[in-house]
Design a protein around this ligand. Structure first.
Ligand code: ASP
Length: 215
């Protein structure tokens, strides 16, 4: 974004740009454990993310992305922050989801889906099934709700409601969580299901919170 007129590059072009700018191309061979997990998954070939699997089992040879039983984990880490001058920023990092189609793009790299920051209003990030977040432009929506005057928690709740309203049955099998902070430094989160956890660090607080949830 600083050295080209573009905001996003993908696939072969992104790889070419990275190599030209000093990144080393590395092998992406699967480990033996991951190969086994993949062979197991192929038996049914179901793309079926498991809700909050990171809370169910934290270890195993394939952690953090694969578990002994071949199920897929998700692991997006989103961060929103305010500095001493009151400026907002955000970041999101993910390895995406296991057992997806080659070429699948999740929410995390898409500004307005997995992350959105408007320094006048607030910042938001998301975790969970990226497809559902992309469908509603999730974090952009959260920031727009804050612009309308909703608290960060209420803004996150309204975005979660938007996902659930699209398909209530499907939503029962999914997890999506949003985390937001507004220009006053107030924060909040909301998820579809129980189990979305976030932590807060400030001059007054250093604590892990369980987010509220809809279903
Ligand atoms: N949001 C990520 C994705 O859909 C998955 C995750 O939460 O780990 O790619």
């Amino acid at each position: 974004m600083e050295n080209t007129p573009h905001v996003i590059l993908v696939g072969a072009g992104a790889q070419q740009f990275a190599v030209e700018n000093g990144f080393t191309l590395e092998s992406v061979e699967l480990s033996e454990d991951a190969k086994k997990a993949y062979a197991e998954w192929l038996k049914k070939s179901e793309y079926k993310p498991v809700i909050n699997i990171e809370n169910k089992k934290q270890n195993g040879p394939f952690a953090p992305n694969f578990f002994d039983d071949g199920t897929a984990n998700h692991d997006t880490m989103g961060l929103v922050a305010m500095d001493a001058m009151g400026n907002l920023s955000g970041a999101v990092t993910t390895s995406g989801m296991a057992f997806k189609l080659h070429g699948r793009v999740g929410d995390s790299p898409i500004i307005g889906a997995g992350l959105f920051v408007d320094n006048e209003i607030g910042a938001a990030t998301s975790s969970g099934t990226g497809e559902e977040v992309i469908r509603i432009c999730g974090t952009h929506l959260v920031v727009e709700f804050m612009r309308q005057g909703y608290s960060p928690e209420m803004a996150c709740k309204k975005a979660v409601q938007r996902i659930v309203k699209r398909d209530k049955e499907k939503a029962k099998t999914l997890q999506v969580g949003f985390l937001a902070m507004n220009k006053k430094g107030q924060y909040g989160a909301y998820a579809i299901q129980k189990g979305f956890v976030f932590s807060v660090k400030s001059n007054n607080e250093n604590q892990i919170h369980q987010s509220k949830y809809l279903l």
